[in-house]
Design a protein around this ligand. Structure first.
Ligand SMILES: [Zn+2]
Length: 60
């Protein structure tokens, strides 16, 4: 299954860590989001701590 996870293109400058989103823009700083492949954390990872973090973020 192909995911459409994106990551803030400016996270290295704007954030302490990669900011993932499903949108075209970063929800935190508004910079454009780029495809997160290759990702430092695989969103397919069954143990994916990051996926749960992303879900929490979108639930707000
Ligand atoms: Zn950002």
């Amino acid at each position: 299954m192909k995911s459409d996870i994106r990551v803030c293109s400016a996270w290295r400058e704007a954030h302490d860590r990669p900011v993932y989103t499903l949108d075209d823009a970063c929800p935190d700083c508004g910079a454009s989001a780029k495809n997160a492949v290759p990702a430092p954390f695989s969103p397919e990872d069954p143990n994916g701590e990051y996926r749960r973090a992303l879900k929490r973020r979108h639930r707000q």
